[in-house]
Design a protein around this ligand. Structure first.
Ligand code: NAD
Ligand code: MG
Length: 409
């Protein structure tokens, strides 16, 4: 019997890569539902190709547009809309696996719903673990859900941990988990120039092609900070046993350091189809479409220490992880608001860290016990971050119709 899949965020970068892998193995997978928010044309094309039972979009207006496209194409997929529909297709009977590839905290309720129903959860949406790590992992354990890490670093760690890994590092002779980071496009840029970085420059990642939000997170290195918190929960690893090392080539995807001096690493080209195929194929290895790693073509693999002064977001994330409680939720919500404001040309690149620091300095609830309490902290932080960003009093500068930065009002 093929494995039945729901793909949340199917129109995004991870979603499209997932469907690329799925299409290579028509005997192994069948698509039950796709969710694409507002990208109606792309979602319609995916429905024509994969014939899911359900497709979910943001609201009634997008639903009407998708229904029209599907009717014209003679596709019988039923169209649903809204947040409840996302949790419905994530938890429906008959669904075996759920790819959680929505971006941001918007992906949290559906991922939690899949865990609650004991599904196999393919977790790309790292924000779920940052915001609700304790609750999500507890829920998965209580309901027998399998959580498989899609994020390339965590997938690499997962591949080189002992098969019977229990979360107790000492028992396995593990000294630390080492996450590699490309350092993003501004690894060697003069920090004095950081204020003038444009959204266009920030989303041009040197090695990976990804969605806009995670690309900006990579440029600030907040992405690595979120990934530290993700690793903390996924592998039950205390903050002091998590290391970050800069590795600009993105070939070593992460490593585990053992007591006897061994360091095990997973290598490959930077292609998200590899970790996706690893998760979807388990316990077998399946073809992903990723090109074989050509060692002769690799000039060098280099490593260096991260620079916290250059990347204050990474430092803020370390601090939020160590503080625990509501801090990671605040970190994430403030970052989402700040990144959106930066992409819209309302604040500078350097204002992202300022906004996050401002929210972490304010008071917030440390109640992380329920989805409702977390969503309340998330909403409060968004309001605070928005007010702070507005208070910076900057306006967008356009040149020849292109967004080129911001200036003081
Ligand atoms: P993306 O922006 O390319 O795609 C996001 C998807 O989510 C789209 O399908 C979009 O329609 C949908 N979406 C956006 N807002 C939504 C909302 N409010 N409600 C429902 N759906 C919504 O993002 P991406 O790069 O594919 O990243 C997805 C997730 O995977 C993120 O959490 C990211 O951190 C994580 N991730 C991505 C990569 C990568 O290589 N792209 C690698 C590791 C982890
Ligand atoms: Mg990653």
């Amino acid at each position: 019997m093929p494995q039945t899949l729901t793909i949340l965020g199917s129109t995004g970068s991870i979603g499209e890569n997932t469907l690329d892998v799925v299409a290579r193995h028509p005997d192994r997978f069948s698509v039950f539902a796709l969710a694409g928010h507002t990208q109606v044309a792309k979602l319609a094309a995916q429905c024509r190709r994969f014939r899911p039972e359900y497709a979910v979009v943001a609201d009634a207006e997008h639903a009407a547009r998708l229904e029209n496209l599907l009717r014209e194409a003679g596709v019988g997929t039923q169209v649903l809309h809204g947040a409840q529909a996302l949790t419905d297709i994530a938890s429906a009977d008959g669904v075996d696996g759920v790819m959680c590839a929505i971006v941001g905290a918007a992906g949290l309720p559906s991922a939690l719903a899949a865990a609650q129903k004991g599904k196999t959860v393919y977790l790309a949406n790292k924000e779920t673990l940052v915001v609700s790590g304790a609750l999500f992992m507890q829920t998965a354990r209580a309901h027998g859900a399998t959580v498989l890490p899609v994020d390339s670093e965590h997938n690499a760690v997962f591949q080189v941990l002992p098969r019977d890994y229990t979360g107790r590092l000492n028992e396995h002779g593990i000294l630390s988990i080492i996450l590699t980071a490309s350092g993003g496009p501004f690894l060697d840029t003069d920090p004095a120039a950081f204020e003038h970085i444009t959204p266009e420059q920030a989303i041009k990642h040197p090695n990976w092609r990804m969605g806009r939000k995670i690309s900006v997170d990579s440029a600030t290195m907040m992405n690595k900070g979120l990934e530290l918190i993700e690793a903390h929960w996924l592998f039950d690893c205390p903050p002091e046993k998590l290391e970050v090392v800069i590795h600009p080539q993105s070939v070593v995807h992460s490593m585990v350091r053992y007591l006897d001096g061994s360091v095990l690493a997973q290598l490959g080209n930077p292609d998200m189809r590899t970790p996706i195929a690893y998760c979807l194929g388990l316990p077998q290895r399946i073809e992903s479409g990723a090109a074989a790693l050509d060692f002769a073509a690799l000039s060098a693999l280099t490593f260096r220490q991260p620079d916290f002064a250059r990347f204050p977001c990474l430092k803020l994330a370390y601090e939020a992880m160590s503080a625990g409680g509501g801090a990671p939720c605040v970190l994430n919500a403030a970052n989402e608001v700040a990144v959106a404001a930066f992409l819209e040309g309302r604040i500078r690149f350097t204002d992202i860290a300022r906004t996050v620091a401002h929210c972490l300095d304010g008071g917030f609830s440390n109640d992380t016990g329920s989805l409702d309490s977390l969503l309340e902290t998330d909403a409060q932080t968004r309001r605070r971050a928005q007010a702070f960003a507005n208070g910076l009093n900057r306006r967008t500068v356009f040149s020849d119709g292109l967004l080129t930065g911001t200036e003081a009002v």
